[in-house]
Design a protein. Structure first.
Length: 275
């Protein structure tokens, strides 16, 4: 396993923490920390979401400020960066360690780090590379990216490793957000490609379940090749430009024949002369 990655581990002693945000992801995170024996205080804008966690032993705070006051370690998992600012507007962050797992842009994460420092808190940014069912399930392969002070990450590594494996990606505060959004962008494009594929066969009398298996298998087979974009291709790997152009042209002609919009192909393959 890489030096900057770690699998979930059991902390030597329970760490009290506060979690703001109990959507599907926040609730999944909360369950794992409670199951591991961590004293957990939770807050959510909609109080009804906390009922299950209260039965599992969580302390439910009436306000975000009260929740922050309850623990030295505060984790946010909210809708967006504006939600984080709003939730913490009245909280005293002096001496707190704030870890933001809310999806944000690199610039927003850097601004949030500076904002936290001005209010007396240490800050780590996080990017969750998992869906809720993958939290607390090491075999599922999910992990959480972290960036910010290395010493702060190391200090909390044990508790952060409870929900999912951790991967530290650098001191620069916006790095985790950059990795997060870049990886999500790749996923989004993959899903868009799969939807495009289904649109092509929509009216062709194709068994959709059988075709779905072919799509999944083909994408899985091709996935390892994506790592190659990180290095210069060898001479053996370079496909003739003429072959690429002919292949792209066939993709566009087929989409038009099937009455499917070519916007995705234009974005992914680029504008090819003559098509």
């Amino acid at each position: 396993m890489p030096d900057n990655a770690s699998a979930p581990t059991a902390p030597t002693s329970p760490t009290p923490l506060t979690l703001l945000g109990l959507g599907a992801m926040g609730t999944a995170l909360a369950r794992t920390w409670l199951a591991a024996g961590h004293p957990l205080t939770v807050w959510n804008r909609s109080p009804g979401r906390s009922t299950e966690l209260a039965l599992r032993g969580a302390r439910v705070a009436d306000t975000a400020a009260d929740a922050v006051a309850a623990s030295p370690l505060v984790i946010t998992c909210l809708l967006d960066d504006a939600s984080v600012r709003e939730a913490l507007a009245d909280a005293d962050l002096t001496g707190k360690d704030l870890i933001d797992l809310t999806t944000s842009t690199p610039a927003e994460s850097r601004a949030r780090a500076a904002w936290a420092a001005e209010r007396g808190a240490r800050f780590l940014d996080g990017g969750i590379m998992a869906v809720p069912p993958m939290i607390g399930a090491p075999e599922a392969g999910g992990y959480i990216l972290y960036s910010g002070p290395r010493a702060l990450f190391d200090e909390h590594r044990d508790v952060l490793s409870v929900p999912a494996a951790t991967r530290y990606v650098g001191e620069e505060s916006g790095r985790a957000a950059l990795y997060d959004v870049a990886l999500l962008s790749a996923m989004t494009a993959m899903f868009a490609g799969a939807r495009h594929a289904f649109a092509l066969v929509e009216n062709a009398g194709v068994d959709r379940e059988e075709f779905g298996g072919l799509v999944a298998g083909w994408l899985a087979a091709m996935a390892p090749a994506t790592a190659g974009f990180g290095s210069a291709p060898s001479a053996e790997d370079v496909t003739s430009p003429a072959v690429v152009e002919a292949g792209d042209a066939a993709l566009f002609r087929t989409a038009r024949e099937q009455g499917v919009d070519t916007g995705l192909l234009t974005a992914s393959a680029g504008a090819v002369t003559g098509i």
